[in-house]
Each structure stands twice: as C-alpha cells, then as structure tokens.
Design a protein around this ligand. Structure first.
Ligand code: GLU
Ligand code: MG
Length: 438
C-alpha cells in the first residue's frame, strides 16, 4: 500500500478558546492557502460544552477560514501513528475582508492601531500551566526533580515538538500541584505570540494524547486546589526594535508609554477578565492567596498582583532595557489567546491615548487596605463570578469602541449561553466538566 497522505486541518480558535476546523489531504494545502475553507458563523457560537444555546446568526451566512502559512504545525508521533498537521486561520467574509467578529483579526487590528498611533510594537510571552495525567503523583513532589522523572518522556517530546514548530520554549517545570506542569516561551512580537499560545496548547495536547494521556488546561482542577494560570509578560519596542519599557528615571522604572499602556490595562481590568478569565470556574482561581490575581493592582515582584512588575537581576549579562517587562496574571486557558492579547493591546492603547497616569504599586494584600484608600487609588476587587465579569464587560463603553457592537453582542451571547449550561451544577460538577473540555 502507498504511504497515505497527511490530513491537514485548517482551524480557528473560537470564543471558548477551543480549536476546531476542517481537514483535507496534504496535497491540497497549496490551493487551500489561496481559497481557504468555508465555515458557518454560528460555529463560533458553539459553547465550550459542544452545544449552541443561542446565536445571532442561526443557520445563515458564510465565512472563510483563511490559513496563515506561518502558523503551520506538524507534530511527529513516530512510525505507528500519523503525524498531526494543522494551521490557524483568520476569518474573512466572502469579500475577503476580516470578519468583524474574528478574534485573530481583532488582535491584528489592535496591534496595527498601536503601531500606527504610537510607533510601538508589543512583545509578549505566554506562560502556561496545565495538568498532565501521565505523571505519577507523589506526596511532596511540588517543583521536584522527582516529579520531572515521574512524568516520563512527555516533557522532552513536548520541548522538541515546540522547537520543531518555531516556538521558542524557554522552560518546562513541575509546578506546585500534583501532576501540574508549566511551560514558558521566549517573547515573540505581535500576532505571533498569540498564534504560538494557541499552537502550544494544541501541541501539548497532541503530545499527551500520543502517549495515551491527557493534558488539561482547566483554570481549576478542584475546589480550593491550586489553579492553572496563564500569565502574559509584555513589553514595548519601537519600530527599530529598540526596547521602550525600561526607564530608570521614572516611577517603578517603567518608561512613559509603557506606564500609560499598563495604566490602561489596570483601569479596564475588571471588565477585561470577561475576556481573559472567561469560564464559570475561572473565578475560583482569581481569589486572594491563590498566587493568581484578585485586584486590578500593580505590584513589584508580587505573584498576586493583577499586573506584576517583573524582577531585574544585576548579574552580568542581563540587559535591563531588553529584559524588563510586566506580567498580566488574571488570564487562564479557557480564554482565546487572541482575545487575551487583544484585550491588553486595546486597553493599553487607550491608556496611551488618554495619557492615563500609572497608579503607585501596592505593597501587600490590597484587600487589607481601608476601602476609602482603595477607592482613592482606583483599586477594585476583580469580579467574583463570570456573570459579574460579563456585566462589567457589557457596561464598559470603551470595550464597545474597541470591539464593535456585533462582536460584543456575539461574545456576550456565547458566554451567557455557557453560564446557562452550568448554572444548576455545584462547583465540583462544574469543575469536572471544565477539566474535560480544556
Ligand atoms: N498557579 C498560579 C496561578 O493560578 C500561579 C503560580 C505561579 O506564580 O507560577 O496563576
Ligand atoms: Mg507558574
């Protein structure tokens, strides 16, 4: 028998952060790179649990998934299993224009606006935490070398697959929880960083599946247990690649544009979490004392900050201008990375447009400050549930300016549908379902 051709999938990352698409023979890729692949708009409205509850488009309309060649992924699985191939796509309408509700196009538009209005580009790096079922848990294995042994060949295969696909992995490590791991990447410019976040999640899942296991990125694994965060490190550079985030003369050593950018993110954060931490269980993670984030605060080297000012070492060989960055901590992998990064870019750009002043960094738990003091400093507790986050999102008029009314409506409809599907379940049942889908 002749060696069978590959199946190549062209995929989108939908509002639920799920990657879905359609496959064809490898030999058809060249023509598909020109013509794309059709998709019904309501496909985006499939909730993370696989059902459509409500959709503005019904069975009507047509979109084109136009694959971006630079996102092509191949994961080799040895001689006994077909290799996996997929590409990520932007959604176009039939005129070939970016569809007004396409997450990838929305991020691209934000990055283009940032560059056109300010001359700045965004570098970012996603850190992902997840659980790997193939690791044998052992009491006391948090961060341990033995936990690394107990996961077998998975980590090595993962690093290799990332590397082979042009994702620059920096580190893989056992995390705090049993069977919990983290993989970090070096920063990438603009859209590539979000493309890589989508690709990394799917490559991780692919490597785990090939080993007969599962990698799950669910924001929480159990009530009260440590969560799986997605932390987004960000910095700005000018068109010539000159870093623009570090300025030793300014408060917290944050350069002028980066300070406004960060202020924009902090001010919109209670609404942005509807995009960046968008599952019903995400708010179980965004609590004090979980090493995640629970306020829209800026803090220096504090792993419970909404935005953390990352450390700078004085060791030889460290270039402060290049390495200085900030970290948005209120994201998880139920979020579509294009929406997460898009949220940061649009809110950051608004901060620059409005020349928003950077609030002073907090010290210690903002929850311990008197309420009056928090109010004066613009500190808000992040919403305590997805429903509350969606209400903040719907009420923030800036978001409607950035996304447009149709996109806001589609997203709200999608997420409110998801909430309907879990509203009668207790927390443990909800978590079980999210562990299964992510
Ligand atoms: N697992 C924590 C979270 O949910 C983060 C721990 C860390 O700082 O790496 O965000
Ligand atoms: Mg971590």
């Amino acid at each position: 028998m002749k060696k069978p051709d590959d199946i190549v999938m062209v995929c989108i990352c939908d509002y639920a952060g799920q990657v879905k698409g359609k496959g064809f023979r490898g030999k058809d890729l060249k023509s598909r790179l020109r013509s794309g692949v059709g998709l019904a708009p309501s496909n985006l409205m499939i909730t993370t649990f696989g059902q459509i509850v409500d959709t503005p488009w019904g069975p009507r309309g047509e979109l084109i998934m136009m694959p971006a060649p630079e996102t092509e992924v191949t994961v080799e699985h040895g001689p006994d299993r077909p290799r996996e191939r997929f590409l990520l796509a932007s959604l176009l309408d039939l005129d070939g224009e970016p569809w007004s509700c396409c997450p990838r196009s929305w991020l691209k538009k934000g990055l283009d606006a940032l560059e056109a209005e300010t001359g700045l580009r965004l570098n970012s790096a996603f850190e992902h935490e997840f659980h790997y079922t193939g690791a044998t848990p052992r009491l006391g294995d948090a961060y341990s070398l033995d936990a690394m042994r107990l996961q077998g060949a998975f980590a090595q295969r993962l690093m290799q697959a990332l590397d082979e696909n042009g994702i620059d992995p920096e580190m893989v490590l056992p995390e705090y929880g049993p069977q919990q791991f983290e993989v970090t990447c070096r920063p990438a410019l603009g859209l590539k960083s979000a493309d890589d976040a989508v690709r990394l999640r799917e490559i991780t899942r692919s490597v785990a599946r090939a080993l007969g296991q599962k990698a799950t990125f669910s924001p929480v694994m159990g009530a009260g247990a440590v969560g799986n965060g997605v932390h987004v490190h960000f910095s700005l550079e000018d068109k010539n690649g000159k870093p623009q985030t570090f300025d030793p003369e300014r408060p917290h050593r944050i350069g002028e544009a980066a300070a406004h950018f960060t202020a924009g993110i902090l001010s919109a954060m209670p609404a942005l979490v509807a995009l960046t931490a968008p599952s019903a269980v995400s708010y179980e993670r965004l609590q004090p004392n979980r090493w995640s984030a629970s306020y829209n605060n800026l803090a220096d080297k504090d792993r419970e900050a909404g935005v953390r000012i990352c450390p700078l070492s004085k060791l030889p060989g460290t270039d402060a201008r290049k390495s200085f960055n900030l970290e948005y901590r209120a994201a998880d992998a139920a979020a579509n990375p294009y929406l997460t990064l898009g949220a940061l870019v649009w809110a950051g750009l608004q901060g620059i447009r409005d020349r928003l002043p950077l609030p002073a960094a907090t010290e210690g738990d903002p929850g311990q400050l008197p309420e009056e003091e928090r109010r004066k400093r613009g500190l808000s507790r992040l919403p305590a549930s997805l429903g509350a986050a969606l209400d903040e999102f719907a009420a923030d008029k800036r978001i409607a300016d950035w996304m447009g009314a149709d996109f806001v409506n589609a997203y709200l409809t999608h997420k409110r549908s998801e909430l309907k599907l879990v509203k009668d379940l207790d927390l443990n049942e909800q978590i079980k379902r999210y562990v299964e889908v992510y």
